[in-house]
Design a protein around this ligand. Structure first.
Ligand code: CTP
Ligand code: MG
Length: 177
């Protein structure tokens, strides 16, 4: 790899890290907390299917936002130049949560049961939503170019599958994907 590319990839990983934490935190938090309350409060949409389903909980949402924002603020303190302001990692965390919830909404509308896999959407929906929301608010960051972006997307897909498999082996999840 050319040095500029390595550096941009590292900058990209620092940038997206709060979104990763926001996406992963609920799996751990829900196991630690035990009792959970569905984010849609069990309500159904016009199509008679659940609005979001039991895979999206209030506890999961709160843990995602708390962990993502805390990580983002710490990263910003450690490396302020990685973000245009402390609000940027906050918006990334919010975007990751919105993307995750929107993904479940779309899955339920398509009649796909909670936890059933939709490749690409499951692994990358949170990231794409977080990036688009963040870029709409703060502009496109310095590290972005087509190759680095593609690398980050590929890396995220592999990391998502690997961490989910790890969570399954640790008994945090019922399914390996
Ligand atoms: N989770 C949660 N609240 C959230 C997001 C996730 O409680 N807002 C927890 C749930 O226990 C969920 C797990 O994290 O089962 C994994 O999340 P995800 O894969 O997004 O949910 P699925 O169960 O696969 O449900 P869906 O089909 O709606 O994506
Ligand atoms: Mg899932």
């Amino acid at each position: 790899m050319e040095e500029g590319l390595v550096w941009r990839f590292v900058m990209a990983l620092v940038y997206v890290f709060p979104a990763y934490v926001a996406n992963g935190a609920p799996v751990v938090a829900v196991r630690l907390i035990g009792t959970t309350h569905p984010l849609d409060f069990g309500r159904k949409f016009f199509d008679g299917r659940r609005l979001l389903g039991d895979g999206k909980t209030v506890e999961g949402l709160v843990s995602a936002l708390s962990a993502g924002i805390l990580t983002g603020v710490l990263l910003w303190l450690a490396s302020p130049n990685s973000f245009s302001s402390v609000m940027e990692p906050v918006v990334l965390s919010v975007g990751a949560v919105l993307g995750d919830v929107a993904g479940s909404f779309l899955k339920r509308r398509a009649g796909i049961e909670r936890g059933a896999p939709v490749p690409v959407l499951d692994q990358l929906g949170f990231l794409v939503t977080a990036l688009l929301l963040c870029w709409a608010v703060f502009g496109i960051p310095r590290w972005v170019d087509p190759v680095t972006l593609l690398l980050v997307i590929a890396f995220t897909g592999v990391l998502h599958l690997a961490t989910n498999a790890g969570a399954y082996l640790l008994n945090l999840k019922d399914r390996w994907y």
